[in-house]
Design a protein around this ligand. Structure first.
Ligand SMILES: Nc1ncnc2c1ncn2[C@@H]1O[C@H](COP(=O)(O)OP(=O)(O)OP(=O)(O)O)[C@@H](O)[C@H]1O
Length: 283
């Protein structure tokens, strides 16, 4: 559904150079710390900033050839976008109807009611959670094929985050051809939603893995010096020196559980994996 190949964008001290794929029927997450390049990648995909090089193919077509009709197939919520705070939902409704041929007014109004979003209150007086839900509900209200959501869960409490993820799950359940590209710097926000995860660090993709594989096969080994010296290191991806010895990241948890039952092997969280990929050393 979306293929990003060697997308490059250079700012003074920052260089984005990434490739990734969003498949139809799947939710793909881009996880990275502040400043890793997530928003830059999203803006370049949407043509909001000029890329230096690379190829972006969406729905089988180069985005440089995109028509307004093609653009209507995308639902977008960006980190620094939103409606003017002086507008009310009742003011933006006609704008949305004019913008999207497929805008589903009944669905949108139902959702406003369901999430208690008032039609005649200025958006500037909405809470962070209300603004976030409004942005995502706008993105899902015109039968898009692909959603591109940059940090939609930023600043939300657990309940608001869960409600927002439910909107996205529903969007996916309605049509198995749909797809979502979503970013966050908090991996826990995405691990229950995403099928595929890409980790981005300093403009580069450092890891791509199926979320189930990440949760089932990756682990952290905590080894003293003697264990570290003798262990088979063929499935060790990263190593970090610690006070007690070495912390190692593997993507073959079972191999070490079976062959080294005496060792401390912890189920790594996605944050552990990111930290090791970014701060650990290669073998
Ligand atoms: N217009 C710009 N001019 C110069 N540098 C920029 C510009 N936009 C972004 N950058 C730089 O590019 C890098 C990546 O920024 P980007 O906003 O893409 O990161 P991010 O992963 O979205 O971070 P965050 O989670 O904080 O939103 C940063 O070092 C940022 O300072």
């Amino acid at each position: 559904m979306l293929e990003v190949k060697r997308l490059q964008k250079v700012y003074d001290t920052f260089e984005l150079d990434c490739s990734f794929t969003v498949k139809s029927g799947r939710v793909t997450g881009l996880i990275g710390q502040n400043g890793a390049g997530k928003s830059t990648a999203f803006k370049a995909i949407l043509g909001l900033i000029a890329k230096d090089s690379g190829k972006i193919v969406m729905f089988g077509k180069d985005i440089e050839q995109f028509t307004n009709q093609d653009k209507e197939q995308i639902g977008v919520a960006l980190a620094d976008s939103g409606f003017s705070g002086y507008l009310r939902i009742k003011d933006i409704l006609p704008v949305l109807q004019a913008m999207y041929a497929e805008f589903d007014k009944e669905f949108f109004l139902r959702q406003m009611k369901h999430f208690h979003l008032p039609m005649d209150k200025k958006i500037k007086d909405f809470s962070t959670g209300m603004k976030a839900k409004l942005k995502v509900l706008v993105a899902v209200s015109h039968h898009a094929k692909l959603l591109i959501l940059d940090e939609p869960t930023a600043g939300l409490d657990v309940v608001a985050r869960d409600e927002l993820l439910d909107i996205l799950r529903e969007f996916m359940e309605e049509d198995e051809e749909r797809a979502i590209l979503i970013s966050s710097h908090i991996s826990a926000d995405l691990e229950t939603l995403c099928d595929d995860l890409y980790m981005i660090d300093n403009g580069k993709i450092v890891l791509h893995e199926d979320s189930d594989v990440l949760l089932s096969d990756y682990a952290i080994l905590k080894l003293d010096k003697q264990q570290f010296d003798t262990i088979d290191k063929q499935y060790i991806l990263r190593v970090k020196k610690e006070v007690y010895g070495y912390r190692c990241l593997t993507n073959q948890k079972r191999y070490y559980l079976e062959n080294y039952p005496e060792m401390v092997i912890e189920k790594g969280t996605i944050d552990d994996v990111i930290l090791m990929m970014v701060r650990g050393n290669e073998q």
